[in-house]
Design a protein around this ligand. Sequence first.
Ligand SMILES: Cc1cc2nc3c(=O)[nH]c(=O)nc-3n(C[C@H](O)[C@H](O)[C@H](O)COP(=O)(O)O)c2cc1C
Length: 187
Amino acid sequence: MLPSIQNRRSVFPQFFTEQTVAKDIIQELLEAANMAPSHKKTEPWRFWVYTGAGREKLIQEVQDVYEGARAPEVRDPKVVPKFAKKIEQAPVVIAVFLHRDPAEGVPEWEEVAAVGCAVENLWISLDHYGLGGYWSSPGFLCGGYGQWPDAAMNERCLGLFYLGHYEMPDLPRPRGPLAEKVTWVEE
Ligand SMILES: Cc1cc2nc3c(=O)[nH]c(=O)nc-3n(C[C@H](O)[C@H](O)[C@H](O)COP(=O)(O)O)c2cc1C
């Protein structure tokens, strides 16, 4: 197996160090994401990159989205502070968006899959730079089109990708048997 695939893992914000991530490295990661495949080359991935003081804006946006998604009587006062803490622990947070093809020339699932390919490209690139990260997809953030402040009406958030340098124990990542997931047809 390729080492970049073997070494890809979810690294959670509590394991990030305070070391900042150079902007040219973030740019390289995004270039890798941008090489993802997409049907009819719609290239539906969009990324909003929050670093430094920009993360305060993200916390505000998360709060706005949460309040837009949940009526006051069902809001949990612990939710926004929980996300604020994770955002503050991560030197870089990338909000991942699906930019739906305005012509809807391909089904939505194909564009969601293409965004997944883009995120995986970024994710498997992290190891090369000594970085770790993970994709967080809380339901309230991954709602409908136009729900995110300042996002276009054909854009929906597909989660937050947290990344940074890290110190974390090398935890096992078991997978179920491949044999249960593969059907060989040989004759
Ligand atoms: C589309 C997608 C959404 C995910 N959302 C979450 C999430 O909301 N919370 C979380 O803890 N992990 C999330 N993950 C990470 C998975 O939990 C993680 O990849 C899985 O446990 C396997 O661990 P590994 O990445 O270390 O191999 C998500 C992964 C994917 C691909």
